[in-house]
Design a protein around this ligand. Structure first.
Ligand code: KG4
Ligand code: ZN
Length: 414
């Protein structure tokens, strides 16, 4: 058997004594009877090492997460080898914590589900190697998981949502609109052509030096922008939403970010301050940025809903729009989306914040969904590889653009 050596961060052949110590660290409950199938989910695609045990009925029996955010904040971004090392140092402890909290031993699991795509190669590799050792050791089926599919299906763990539904994923690394037709049946309607909205908000917050603002110093960039925006007047700045002429469901944020950067530079000159100090107009800029981002996201989502209804992919009334990802916790953006769902007789649903961001529960739940549907369960893991790049479902974004649906103007009074 191979287990992870925490200090060296490499796999090695441990002694028999060490194996028993590792296995002995799980709480075994010989008299326990599980009525449901149990799936262990493991996530290491980016900068969170996460694991969870979820049963067939959607009960979260145990979960654990180690976030690397603090380390990456200091370096101003994720350095892949650093992320890999941190995953190596934490994965065994995190998996063990999730199993112990659930009072489930590895031998009682029905399967192990692990994110193998898309993500950072070095990070994905740690989760995959660890999982392959585990399934080999305990002779369990392995369920490879697509990270975005897992995000998209999380809502079915918390709410009774039937297929099909529309999903909008917005975070620091994701930005896409997809129609979810089944456990492994997705149509990609649009995605960001450059960076994700959370990435852009983080960059703007950094450029505004909000970390030096006494009220925002511990907040993520997006959260800091939302917080400051409440004190600002968005009408003091006029940023145009991107891609207004392109009648598709794609997004773009980097052009807008450059326009904002230029504006900040101009304001610094006007106020006579150096880069690195907080502008007196920072709150107004935050409010205008947030409004522009919200309008852009709302417009593309509105078009996606209209397209799906026009094609008969979604029913005319009571269709469901699911919004997830770190940026989905922004209440201003949610309100903008609510204006869209009200205008289109749809229902807006968001998973709770802890399930919107990367976590092990969504991976385990995707494993449960796949187990129930009998899809992608491997009894032989030979040749299994991680895939850093992997699109979600069938890309029909070109067809969406060709439909060129004109979206009625909505009053974004938020
Ligand atoms: O899903 P997440 O935790 O990580 C990934 O990107 O995968 O999302 C983090 C992103 C960051 O860019 C952060 O600035 C943004 O979500 N975010 C927000 C808010 N809270 C977090 N953006 C806007 N408003 C917020 N309240
Ligand atoms: Zn994610």
């Amino acid at each position: 058997m191979l287990i992870l050596n925490k200090t060296a961060g490499v796999f090695f052949k441990p002694s028999r004594r060490k194996i028993y110590a590792f296995l002995g660290s799980f709480h075994f409950h010989p008299g326990k009877l599980f009525l449901h199938k149990l799936v262990l989910g493991i996530e290491t695609s980016c900068d969170d090492t996460a694991a969870a045990v979820v049963d067939e009925a959607g009960n979260v029996l145990g979960e654990a997460i180690h976030s690397q955010t603090e380390v990456h904040l200091k370096t101003g971004g994720i350095i892949p080898p650093v992320a890999q090392q941190l995953h190596r140092e934490n994965i065994q402890r995190i998996v063990q914590e999730a199993l112990s909290a659930s009072e489930v031993s590895p031998s009682e699991l029905s399967a192990v589900a692990t994110t193998i795509k898309p993500g950072l190669a070095l990070s994905l590799g740690v989760g995959l190697s660890f999982s392959l050792q585990l399934v080999d050791q305990f002779k369990k089926p392995f369920i490879p998981i697509h990270h975005m599919e897992a995000h998209a299906l999380t809502i079915r763990l918390t709410n009774k949502v039937e297929f099909p539904f529309l999903v909008l994923l917005i975070s620091g690394g994701h930005c896409l609109l997809a129609l979810v037709r089944g456990v492994s049946d997705f149509l990609l309607l649009g995605k960001s052509l450059d960076i994700a909205p959370g990435d852009m908000l983080d960059k703007v917050a950094r450029r505004l030096s909000l970390i030096k603002h006494p009220e925002c110093s511990t907040m993520s960039g997006g959260k800091a922008i939302e917080h400051l925006a409440k004190q600002g007047n968005r009408l003091h700045f006029d940023f145009q939403p991107p891609m207004q002429r392109a009648k598709n469901c794609d997004f773009s944020f980097s052009g807008l970010q450059h326009v904002i950067d230029k504006m900040i530079m101009q304001k610094e000159k006007e106020e006579g301050i150096e880069q690195g100090q907080v502008l007196s107009s920072a709150a107004d800029i935050a409010a205008a940025v947030q409004h522009t981002v919200a309008c852009h996201i709302a417009k593309r989502t509105h078009r996606a809903l209209l397209f799906c209804k026009q094609r008969g992919f979604l029913r005319q009334s009571n269709a469901v729009l699911v919004v997830s990802g770190g940026v989905a916790s922004n209440l201003y953006i949610r309100k903008a989306l609510e204006i869209v769902t009200n205008a289109t007789q749809c229902t807006l649903l968001c998973p709770p914040p802890r399930l919107c961001t990367d976590n092990g529960v969504m991976i385990a739940w995707n494993g449960v969904e796949r187990l129930r549907a009998g899809l992608g369960i491997l009894h032989n893991t030979e040749g299994i590889r991680y895939e850093p790049k992997c699109p979600l479902g069938v890309d029909i974004s070109k067809e969406v653009g060709e439909a060129a649906i004109k979206v009625p103007r909505l009053k974004m009074k938020i």
